[in-house]
Design a protein around this ligand. Structure first.
Ligand code: ADP
Length: 359
């Protein structure tokens, strides 16, 4: 049983350099992590993810707000008295201890009996496939094995919740994909609460039950992976989730005989029945995987532009199209689909998507 309630938590730091002002690393964040959830804190470098996780672990004190574990206020509880285990990016293994002694370390510091420790280490090693490695030193292990030892050491105390700070970032791409699947599987088997920090949206989308998207210390959106993908709550989330993410271009809303349209340079997007008497300025776009070439004379959303770049992703291609003079890489409309897309640099193209895919 481990529910973690993060209630209005803020953390300010004095400037890291003498000439720098104070930093609000985490700014009034509220997150209620349900028992058994796999909640991912996602955002770019410096958005406050690690600071938030460290506050839950008790390694950093909040400047304001409180943290509850199963309804108990633990804001001032020392780290070792919280029923939580932390796994760091660096694994933080003791180089002079064998794998078995590394895994058993948290039990030894709690004065458990040798025989009990050995039995529990063997049990946890079996869960993570480390049985044959218990006598080795960490330096004789691969990155993936070290990562599993760090997990085993967290698991050995059978904590109510696991706090993981970018645990896969030191692994190469292939191993990262495999370990991602293993972690998801481990979470299902343990039924424990996972609070997991990453800047990698693929990790968030594949493993999380819910994702908390952070930006500049603030919570931008909290929702299931489907919710943050289908209905991003802010321009930041729209531009952060997806590969490439949604490219939004400026347009103005017009209503014409009860139909609402977003109209901008070289783009015209029907938005269905509606009125907007103010002619509001908006940003409009669609996910690259939902954009496709428009048939001549087709009705529906329409972007007109010129192909500037075609990227080969292996099985797929992404074409980047400059629309309405917006030719900075981040504002080209992207089209993603099976290779070959049939587009070449310099082509003049008309693009469309299903109306309900427009953001
Ligand atoms: P993330 O984990 O998302 O990369 P961090 O939580 O590490 O972000 O940092 C958030 C912000 O707080 C950054 O601007 C960082 O420079 C600042 N920060 C983090 N720790 C400290 C510290 N001990 N002293 C001063 N500033 C810090």
């Amino acid at each position: 049983m481990s529910r973690i309630q993060i209630e209005g938590v803020t953390r300010r730091f004095a400037g890291a350099r003498r000439d720098a002002g104070p930093v609000t690393a985490v700014d009034r964040v509220w997150i209620d992590v349900a028992d058994g959830e796999f909640l991912v804190l996602l955002g770019p470098s410096g958005c406050g993810k690690s600071t938030l996780l460290r506050m839950v672990a008790g390694l950093t004190a909040p400047s304001a707000g409180r943290i509850l574990l199963d309804g108990r206020d633990i804001t001032a509880t020392p780290p070792r008295d919280r029923d939580l285990a932390m796994v760091f990016q660096s694994y933080a293994l003791y180089p002079h201890l064998s794998v078995g002694r590394n895994i058993g370390f948290p039990l030894r510091t709690r004065g458990r009996r040798r025989a009990d420790i050995d039995a529990r280490v063997a049990e946890v090693a079996a869960v993570l496939g480390l049985e044959g490695l218990l006598d080795r030193r960490p330096r004789a292990l691969s990155g993936g094995q070290r990562q599993r030892v760090a997990l085993a050491r967290a698991l050995v105390r059978d904590p109510g919740a696991f706090l993981l700070d970018e645990p896969l970032s030191n692994l190469d791409a292939t191993l990262r994909t495999a370990t991602r699947a293993e972690l998801g599987d481990l979470h299902r088997r343990l039924g424990a609460t996972f609070l997991y920090v990453t800047h990698d949206q693929v990790e968030a989308m594949t493993m999380a039950t819910r994702v908390a998207v952070l930006n500049g210390g603030r919570l931008e959106q909290l929702g299931t992976p489907e919710e943050v993908y289908d209905a991003p709550a802010s321009v930041f989330v729209a531009g952060f989730i997806g590969s490439p993410a949604i490219r939004l271009l400026p347009a103005r809303l017009w209503s014409d005989a009860g139909e609402l349209r977003a109209v901008g340079a070289d783009l015209e997007i029907p938005l269905g029945p509606g009125e907007d008497p103010d002619g509001r300025d908006v940003l409009v776009g669609a996910r690259p995987e939902h954009v496709r070439l428009a048939a001549p004379g087709a009705t529906g959303p329409l972007w007109r532009g010129t192909v500037r770049l075609v990227e080969n992703l292996g099985g797929e291609e992404v074409a980047h199209v400059a629309v309405g003079g917006h030719d900075e890489p981040g504002s080209r409309i992207a089209v993603r689909g099976p290779r070959p897309l049939g587009l070449a640099v310099g082509n003049a193209v008309a693009l469309t998507c299903d109306p309900d895919r427009v953001h």
